[in-house]
Design a protein. Structure first.
Length: 140
């Protein structure tokens, strides 16, 4: 898993979906795009959509993208860039470190895109495991 931050929260993605991690680069805005789509980049000759995960998840505020990272990932056979605040590390998780979201959360929040919640360091650190195909599937 690749662990990253969005705001003060930590998330992780299956490393098999991640192609590379890039420093912020110039993004070309696309007219009339939803607010979570920052625009497109030229990634070695391939035009690639860049999504601001913070906006997609409903975290707003900090608009300075200069210090952010772009995770280049594969989502349903498409390559996309995903802007995150920072990439923290690469983790190997065991099944006993992963729990399903609590039922009380599932009744109030759309948890379809949450694969589980990973407990690191005996549960001191919690990471929300994102299913990119489900999170971005309807958006692409």
């Amino acid at each position: 898993m690749v662990a990253f931050k969005v705001g003060n929260e930590e998330f992780c993605l299956d490393i098999s979906k991640v192609r590379e991690i890039k420093e912020m680069m110039p993004i070309t805005r696309v007219p009339n795009a939803p607010d979570f789509i920052e625009g497109v980049i030229n990634l070695r000759g391939q035009i690639t959509t860049v999504i601001n995960l913070k906006k997609l998840l409903g975290y707003y505020g900090d608009e300075d993208l200069s210090r952010k990272k772009i995770i280049i990932a594969e989502v349903r056979d498409e390559i996309v860039g995903i802007i995150v605040d920072d990439v923290s590390d690469v983790l190997t998780l065991t099944e006993d470190q992963i729990e399903q979201p609590p039922k009380t959360l599932a009744s109030r929040v759309d948890v379809r895109y949450i694969k589980g919640i990973a407990k690191i360091n005996g549960g001191e650190r919690l990471l929300i495991m994102i299913d990119l195909d489900k999170l971005l599937g309807d958006e692409l």
